[in-house]
Design a protein around this ligand. Structure first.
Ligand SMILES: NC(=O)c1ccc[n+]([C@@H]2O[C@H](COP(=O)([O-])OP(=O)(O)OC[C@H]3O[C@@H](n4cnc5c(N)ncnc54)[C@H](OP(=O)(O)O)[C@@H]3O)[C@@H](O)[C@H]2O)c1
Length: 333
């Protein structure tokens, strides 16, 4: 089958098209013919080697963390899915490879695709949808009437998180640049801070939750808009010990993560708020809950651009500009 691989880690490592064997199917696996794949900043971080300590992939590696497609066949232990089903998924992080014609996915990571979405729209959902769910529902336990700041509201995670937070009944503030202010309001944001003109720290106070996806400066400022007992959840680091434990990392890596997050945890403690890092995980079960919200039109996909399969490297380069509005998709079939 045709796939896009890297041969080594590195910022300059080229993503190249090649022919590789179709994946082998385990007992609990579903073989999916990929119709569309979502592109994520995570693909770039994996390419650059940022995750090699915690996710040591074997080279050559097929990149790609999001997909929608059709089931070709299933392993002997699979009962929930059958050939011909239209499905979507974020595969387990040790079994990625969506920039390819086929992928074998554990049945527990898979869900039926929302009926009203195209393959391209469906492929835009899993990774960012699960991230928003795990941050706002699982970690933050966001409730009606609470106030949440979602940074980078026009990005892949931001567009989904705004919609989910509104559905949960929260007041939603977000940050974006001038050109996107009206656009994120239409997505449901109540308060929009144009980061080119205003400093969110001076405008927002007494927030219950912040979802951070930006750098250290934004992370530290975010602490100062939370009320006592508030929660700062970061998906862009630094990782903490709880993450190291849940990922089953070694004692040495636990220590590394403790040190990396020491500063922000200390500052959070002083202000009476909590800090936690989230690294999203695959979950077919949570994806089904997101499907229900899509079916009932609570959440809609936000697709910026669709690239043909042969232009996967260009799709990755577009995401790397950091200016995508919603999701970038590769049409595989
Ligand atoms: N830990 C996890 O599980 C996890 C999961 C998903 C994503 N992530 C991470 O979260 C980050 C965001 O992911 P994504 O998919 O949402 O990225 P993305 O779609 O590529 O984000 C692009 C958006 O970011 C906005 N942006 C850039 N700088 C900004 C700033 N200073 N303030 C406000 N908005 C800004 C841009 O809007 P403008 O053009 O208006 O600036 C653009 O719309 C990435 O670092 C990704 O790796 C982590």
């Amino acid at each position: 089958m045709k796939a896009f691989i890297i041969d080594r880690y590195g910022k300059k490592a080229a993503l190249r098209a090649t022919e590789i064997p179709e994946p082998e199917l385990g007992k609990d696996d579903v073989l999916v013919q990929i119709h569309a794949a979502g592109v994520n900043p995570l693909d770039l971080k994996i390419r650059d080697g940022e995750f090699k300590m915690i996710l040591p992939y074997r080279m050559p590696l097929v990149l790609g963390n999001d997909l929608a497609g059709v089931v070709v066949r299933v392993g002997s232990g699979v009962q929930q899915f059958k050939a011909g089903d239209e499905v979507y998924a974020r595969p387990d992080d040790n079994r990625i490879g969506a920039f390819a014609e086929f992928i074998a996915i554990d049945q527990r990571s898979l869900a039926l695709k929302p009926k009203g979405l195209t393959m391209e729209e469906a492929a835009s959902i899993p990774l960012v949808g699960l991230t928003a769910w795990q941050a706002l529902v699982e970690k933050a336990n966001l409730k009606k009437g609470q106030k949440v700041l979602i940074h980078a509201g026009s990005g892949g995670v931001g567009t989904l998180a705004i919609q989910l937070a509104k559905h949960l009944g929260a007041t939603v503030a977000t940050t974006t640049s001038t050109a996107n202010v009206e656009w994120v309001k239409r997505l449901g944001a109540d308060i929009v801070i144009d980061y080119r003109k205003d400093d969110f720290e001076k405008v927002l106070h007494d927030y219950d939750v912040v979802l951070n996806s930006l750098g250290t400066e934004t992370l530290e400022k975010s602490l100062r808009i939370l009320k006592p007992g508030g929660k700062l959840i970061s998906i862009s680091g630094p990782p903490d010990v709880d993450f190291a434990k849940s990922a089953g990392l070694s004692g040495f890596l636990k220590l590394v993560m403790r040190l990396l997050s020491y500063g922000i945890r200390k500052k959070a403690r002083r202000r009476g708020v909590s800090y936690s890092f989230l690294y999203m995980r695959a979950s077919g079960e949570q994806l089904r809950k997101i499907t229900a919200l899509i079916d009932s039109r609570v959440i809609r996909p936000v697709v910026d651009r669709v690239f043909p399969f042969e232009s996967t490297p260009e799709a990755l380069a577009y995401v790397e500009t950091g200016r995508a509005k919603g999701k970038v998709i590769v049409k595989v079939k």
